[in-house]
Design a protein around this ligand. Structure first.
Ligand code: NAI
Length: 292
């Protein structure tokens, strides 16, 4: 099994930028790609800032900082991923868009490359069907934020080979992560359990049972969760939560997974959470205060 030396990361949003940061810090050459140049430039800035913070806290030397930042190459051209040993995508949670990407990647990457998806819920088997080498396709689901959260959920598609699985597990462990393995069913382990809870929190708010603050406080102090479910939904992105609920509903065929109308309405209104400054909560004032 060849060691992964060059990683391609497609999508430079919350998850892609975090995965790219992790890989650069752990000594991989990183090709970070996004079709949105503004997102790419924000990602480069935030990765450098986050790695610099590791230096300030004494976790990394200044020389290691320069090396890590030097290993990060940003591009908007998919062809540039041809050198990668391992490509992970963290683009929008849409089966059609991800399949189209896998189809294109299949023509570009070298024959030994592994294609991984950071999808939260979509079938790996179906994504793999867009490629000529389904044995080399796998789910590698990082938690948010990837540099901090200790877990990686690995999902094997129907045809994922043992070699692909062990190469992915080895990479996750190299990043200091604990690995759990899931069968390829909608939502896998973590979101199968987490998202219905978040959806139920929206129903609790929608039906007027309690205020958003009391719902979150109830779950934080009552069940020892570090964040309340509505706060967490804003952090994940309400658009991402809605996409996952739709995948659970379609894939598991039970009406209990139908997205709450309030969650749908917030997304329709563009209130998608922290990344847009407003979701269940309004962050715009606090964001203005932290502006330099
Ligand atoms: P995001 O919205 O922050 O970033 C997505 C990025 O992908 C954007 O910068 C966008 O420009 C780019 N993009 C979209 N289509 C593209 C394409 N065809 N080619 C190249 N770039 C493209 O989304 P986020 O939150 O980072 O989620 C990404 C993936 O990770 C989704 O599949 C999501 O389900 C999954 N995920 C999200 C978590 C979360 O807490 N937000 C946690 C774990 C997984």
């Amino acid at each position: 099994m060849a060691e992964t030396k060059i990683i391609g990361v497609v999508g430079s949003g919350q998850m892609g930028s975090g995965i790219a940061q992790l890989a650069a810090v752990y000594g991989l050459d990183v090709l970070l790609l996004d079709t949105d140049l503004a997102a790419l430039s924000r990602a480069r800035k935030s990765i450098a800032g986050n790695i610099q913070r590791l230096v300030s806290k004494g976790h990394l030397s200044q020389a290691a900082f320069s090396e890590a930042v030097g290993r990060l190459y940003c591009t908007s051209k998919l062809e540039e991923l041809h050198e990668a040993d391992f490509v992970i995508e963290a683009i929008v949670e849409s089966e059609d868009v991800k399949k189209k990407l896998f189809l294109e990647l299949d023509k570009i990457v070298k024959s030994s490359a592994i294609l991984a998806s950071n999808t939260s819920s979509i079938s790996i088997t179906r994504l793999a069907s867009a490629t000529s080498t389904p044995s080399q396709v796998i789910g590698m689901h990082f938690m948010n934020p990837p540099p901090i959260m200790k877990l990686v959920e690995i999902v094997r598609g129907a045809d994922t080979s043992d070699e692909t699985f062990y190469a992915t597990k080895t990479l996750a462990e190299r990043f200091g992560k604990t690995v759990i393995c899931s069968q390829d069913f909608s939502g896998f382990i973590v979101n199968r359990i987490l998202m219905p809870m978040i959806n139920e929190a929206f129903h609790t708010l929608y039906t007027g049972v309690a205020t958003k603050e009391d719902i979150d406080t109830g779950m934080k102090l009552g069940t020892n969760h570090p964040m309340g479910p509505l706060e967490l939904a804003d952090f994940i992105g309400l658009d991402v939560c809605l996409s996952i609920m739709k995948v659970l509903h379609a894939g598991l065929g039970d009406s209990k997974y139908a997205p709450c109308p309030l969650l749908v309405q917030y997304v329709d209104a563009g209130r998608v959470g922290r990344k847009r400054g407003i979701g269940v909560y309004d962050y715009r004032k606090s964001l203005e205060q932290v502006k330099p």
